[in-house]
Design a protein around this ligand. Structure first.
Ligand code: FA5
Length: 359
């Protein structure tokens, strides 16, 4: 059916007539009222858009019509819908052709206007913070190192003085990679610490290095635990390196991150690859009396650290009688959350553009 406003009106009248032989009810009354709005319109007023709207009314309430009328009503309403659809498509095409023809006349074209700019992406918040920290550490003479994400069991555990029965090797925490029987066992690295030993093997002391990177754990996920997250390892090896150097470096790190001096405290912490080991807490940078970020304690648990264990220096080919060092393992993803007030770690690698566009 080609679109003809008069014919549409006639169809609507026929549909209303079919409705008239249905037993009176609230539904029939409502339907009649809804259709009457369209039958009252003159031919010129019954645009394809209105006809489309009108055709949907009987199609959505077929059971109100007497059984024997339903087939005809349905066919009529469908014909009306198709004609209106086709007319709308034609209208759209005509409008487009008109706009195009107008554009081609060159009227209204201003050659001096700047071209529309392509929309630009932005750096991921983890990349932003990583780059800031890299700038900070390289300005102090530290080197930036990288290491493999698929790591050998040796570097991920053994060389770090982590005994074969340590719970961290448990399948609950570690993603083991399938390897051929007899081949060296591989893991998705569970921390950036394996690069400590790789660095020791590659560099000649004294040296200072940071290692930002992705790590993987077979964890139960929640707002602060991801299976894939970022850490930044720090390692210093030199003559007479002491806890004093460690504290100094951590204070500089926090000043770089938060833009001012932050009070810190060290608590004992156990990691097989450091001795002594510490958990470093920073005074909450967001409050004085306690807030949701510091869980009302005014302290934020920020980074584990400690003096490099002699066994680790040995595994890296460094004589612990001559050299000492400190190391830290910053939870980079958690720091990014603090920095940008992100309430759920899963947003970071979730890939949702609406989240990423905010940075
Ligand atoms: C370690 O990974 C040690 N390698 C750190 C270290 C390095 C200690 C050098 C001493 C010397 P830990 O498992 O606590 O430690 O993780 C370090 C940080 O990673 C945590 O403080 C936390 O901020 C972050 N982290 C741990 N698990 C997750 C997780 N599932 N999701 C997000 N962040 C996590």
């Amino acid at each position: 059916m080609t679109y003809d406003a008069q014919a549409v009106r006639a169809l609507l009248d026929e549909i209303l007539a079919a409705l008239a032989s249905a037993p009176e009810s609230d539904e029939t009354r409502a339907l009649r009222e809804r259709l009457a709005r369209f039958t009252a319109l003159s031919g010129a007023e019954l645009t394809p858009a209105l006809a489309l709207e009108a055709s949907a009314i009987p199609l959505g309430a077929m059971r109100v019509f007497p059984k024997e009328a339903r087939g005809q009503v349905g066919a009529k309403a469908n014909a009306m819908k198709q004609a209106a659809d086709a007319a709308l498509a034609q209208e759209k095409e005509a409008a487009l052709a008109l706009a195009l023809a107008e554009e081609r006349t060159g009227k209204g074209f201003d050659a001096t206007l700047p071209p529309p700019l392509p929309s630009r992406g932005s750096l991921h918040p983890i990349t932003q913070v990583t780059r800031e920290l890299e700038d900070l550490f390289t300005s102090m003479g530290w080197t930036i190192l990288d290491g493999p994400e698929v790591e050998t069991e040796h570097f991920n555990f053994d060389a770090l003085n982590i005994s074969p029965d340590h719970p961290a090797r448990d399948t609950m925490d570690t993603f083991w990679v399938k390897t051929a029987p007899g081949a060296e066992r591989l893991v998705m690295r569970t921390h950036t610490s394996p690069v400590q030993v790789r660095a020791m093997k590659r560099l000649t002391p004294p040296f200072r290095a940071i290692v930002p990177g992705k790590v993987f754990r077979n964890e139960a996920l929640d707002a602060s635990h991801e299976h894939t997250f970022h850490q930044m390892e720090g390692l210093v090896v030199g003559k007479d390196i002491s806890v004093g150097h460690l504290i100094g470096a951590m204070k500089t790190l926090l000043r770089g991150i938060f833009g001012r001096d932050i009070e810190i405290r060290l608590r004992p912490g156990y990691f097989p690859f450091v001795e002594p080991g510490f958990e470093l807490d920073a005074r909450c940078p967001f409050c004085k009396e306690g807030c949701s970020v510091c869980k009302r304690s005014t302290w934020i648990e920020l980074l584990p650290c400690g003096m490099v264990h002699p066994n680790v220096l040995r595994a890296g080919g460094i004589d612990p009688e001559q050299w000492t060092g400190f190391a830290f393992g910053l939870g980079l993803s958690r720091l990014v959350m603090l920095r940008f007030s992100i309430d759920d770690i899963r947003h970071l690698l979730g890939g949702d553009v609406r989240f990423l566009e905010q940075f």
